[in-house]
Design a protein around this ligand. Sequence first.
Ligand code: CA
Length: 218
Amino acid sequence: MRVLLVEDDMQLGQTLETALRLEQYAVDWLRSGEPVRATLRATPYDILILDLGLPGVPGMEVLRQLRADKHTLPVLLLTARNTLADKVDGLDTGADDYLTKPFDMDEIFARVRSLLRRGSGHKVNRLSVADIVLDPVERVVEFQGVGVDLTAREFAVLEILLRNAGRFVSRPRLEEGIYAWGEEIGSNAVEVYISRLRKRFGSDLIETMRGVGYRIPT
Ligand code: CA
């Protein structure tokens, strides 16, 4: 699941980015509202976490543009102001939920899960192939009925392969899924995660086709 975070407060942004990554979300963090439109056009996201008090284009304006562009992704607003008028304004403009600063990380995780679960018109299903069941919203994986602990990136690779079960997925596509902007991509990173997944789920889980990519056969 890919999260777009828009927050100009460096400390809060950093905290949220780190916390969400630890919860196994792929996170891209923007410090202002201007690039949101282009970013959403270029990359599909599952949820937008949007600060209202932004320099330049205010959060409410970003939200207005987004809904005018017919973007349906769920939006969680963050604000320092706790007034009923702001809340009503935000929800009227098309936000799905609202969180007042300061908040606990557990609270934001719960809101994000709930919004992703609700989806925005699209249903989020569990992914299941062979003995593996992956729940993209709850961020859990079961193998033969038993919960398995995966790192964020192992989880991301497995999720992409399961979403494309039966089809080969190229290495660049997997790299894009597991790295957010600004992070260096090791040349053999994908191979490393594939090999770890094979160790956990059996060497037959993932097929390699040289020059094409990887797939989980169905
Ligand atoms: Ca702010």
